[in-house]
Design a protein around this ligand. Sequence first.
Ligand code: ZN
Length: 444
Amino acid sequence: MKREKIIIISIIILVLCIVVLATNIDKGFHFDTKDYIIEQKDYTIKIKTINSNSNKLNSKIKEIINKAKDSFLKENRNKGSLIIDYEYTRYKDIYTFHIISEESIKKILKRKDYIIYYDSKERKILEQKSLIKRDIGLYAILNSKCIDYLEEKKITDYNEELLEIDDNNYQLLTFSNSTLHVILINNNKEFDIPIEYIYIKEYLSNNYFKIKDTKKTEEKQEIVITEDKEENEQEDIDKTDELNLPKYLAFTFDDGPAKETTTTLLDGLKERNAKVTFFVLGSRAINQPELIKRMTSEGHLVGSHTYSHKNLLKLSLEDALNDINRTNDALNNITGISTKYLRPPYGNYNNSILDNSNMVFILWSVDTEDWKNRDSELVYEYIINNVNDGDIILLHDLYPTSVEGVLKAIDYLKNENYQFVTVEELFNKKGIVPEANKSYRYVK
Ligand code: ZN
C-alpha cells in the first residue's frame, strides 16, 4: 500500500513537471508594441517600439532608438519633437522591421529609416546581403519596376536621383509574402513600391526564398504567338535570301558595363568576329575604364546612356543637356573619342532635348525584354524570330542570360547570311549619314 502511494505521488510529480516544462518551452518568436512618451519643457519624445522574446532583436532595436534619441537631444537646442515608429513585414520565418525616426526641430523635419531583418527560426539578425544579392542587374530591374509603378500611379513629385542605378540607392528593402518592397523616401514622404519576387528571382538567396516560376511560362506562350504573327515577314527575308544580299544587324547593350557579364560578352563577340554597340552609363564607365577601352579597341562602338540612368523627361532642359555633356566628357576621358550617339533611358526624350543635344538618338526596333525574362532560351528565340535586315536590337549586358542568348543567336543568324555591326557601321552599310538632333529606330 505504501509503495502504491509512492508510485502515485511520483506519477503526479512527473505529470506536474511535464506541465511546467511544456508551459516554459518557447512557443516561437513573438512580439508586441511598447509605447512610451518623454515630455520635457523643451521637447517631446514619442516612441513606439518592438518588445519581443528575442534578446538579440530587442538590443538591436534599443541600439537604433538610442542612437536616434542621442542625435535628437544633441541637436535639440529649442523646442522640438522626436517620433519613432515602426512597421513590419513577414516572409515565412523572416521578419523585416522598418523603424522610422522623425525629428521635428523648428518645424524642420528630418527623417531616418532603419531596417532590421530577423530570422525567427534561427533566432538571429540577418544582414541584407544574406537575403538578396545587390548588384547592378538587380538595380536595373528595380529601377524599371519603380518607374513603371510611379508612372502607373501618376506620381510625378519624386526625386529622380533616388531611382538611379547606383549602389547607394535601393537600400531600404522589405520582404513580404510574395513581394519585395522598395521604400523610397522623397522629401520625408514614403513611397512603398511592391515588386513581385518572380522579377528578381535569381537575386534572392536560395537559403530563404523558394519562388515558383509562373510568369515565364506565360511569357513563353507570348513568344509562340509572336512567331505566328511574324510568318508574313519571313517571306520578305526569304526574298532577300534569294538575291543573296548581305543582311546587317546592330545589337545594342544598355546599362553597363558590368565586370563579369560584359567581359564574357566581349570574349564571345571576339570569337565570332561580331561588332556591337554599348550604350553605357557614365557613372559605371568611370569605374570600369579598362572594359570601355577594350570595347573600342575591339571594334565596338561606345555610346552614351546618360550618366546614371535618369529619365531625361524629369529633368529641366539645362539639366538634361548637362547630364549628356557630363557623360560625353567621361567617355572621352577614357577612350579619347567623343561619342555622338545617345540612347535615352527608357527611350524617353522630347523635341527640345533632341533639338539641343547635338547627339544622334538611337532607339530600337526589336526589344528582347531580356531584363524581364532573364532566360537565355527566350532571348535567343526572340532574336532569331523577330530580326530583319537593318534592325537595332535592345539588350542589356548585365545579365548572363542575355549574353548567352545573344551569342547563341549570333551563331544561328550567321548561317542566315547576317553580319553583326555597330550602329555606326549600319548607317555606313545602308548609305545613310546619321544626323545629330534626329532619332533612329532602325536603319533600312
Ligand atoms: Zn537603360
